[in-house]
Write a protein that binds this ligand. Structure first.
Ligand code: SME
Length: 165
């Protein structure tokens, strides 16, 4: 049994440090990427408060062979399955290879609404060998829920996962 007990009274930096340690321990000896993404989505859900969606989109391809994001393991409501590069917050993070911090999703051109409750979002690319292998996506029903500390914590998590998903 895994029994992580994050204390929300801890500061964000400490919460993300503990989240990264837990993710590192859970994925270190497992080669199955889907299993690792599933456990890490569950960990994010336990450690990060005020979320309505947390999970992964992996880099895949459409029927014509063009790269696009494909839904991976997550916690939350059922979500759109395929996202073309450059579309929405996730597709922008994937095409630019850069974290997207969105205080108000309604103000983001092309935002893809998977859950009408979402108000803010952070998307962090997982880079492997210089290419985007996946993105980590967190949604919140609170406006401006995510800041640079969230981005930094999730970027550290993405580094840990780079060769494990
Ligand atoms: N809002 C995202 C789509 C994914 S869902 O939030 C789970 C976007 O605009 O890319």
């Amino acid at each position: 049994m895994y029994d992580f007990q994050p204390d929300p009274a801890l500061g964000k930096a400490e919460l993300y440090r503990q989240l990264c340690d837990a993710a590192d321990a859970l994925t270190r000896d497992e080669v199955d990427g889907v299993a690792n993404m599933a456990n890490v989505a569950a960990l994010i859900w336990e450690f990060v408060p005020e979320l309505n969606w947390a999970g992964f989109y992996r880099m895949g391809a459409n029927a014509n062979g063009a790269k696009e994001l494909v839904l991976g393991p997550f916690v939350g409501r059922p979500a759109c399955i395929r996202i073309p590069l450059g579309k929405g917050v996730c597709g922008t993070a994937a095409s630019e290879g850069a974290t997207q911090l969105v205080e108000d999703v309604h103000a983001f051109p092309g935002h893809i609404a998977c859950d009408a409750a979402s108000r803010s979002e952070v998307v962090v690319p997982v880079m492997r060998a210089g290419e985007v292998a996946a993105v980590i996506d967190l949604d919140s029903p609170e406006a401006a829920r995510f800041d640079a500390e969230d981005a930094a914590g999730l970027e550290k998590l993405a580094q840990i996962l780079a060769e494990r998903i």
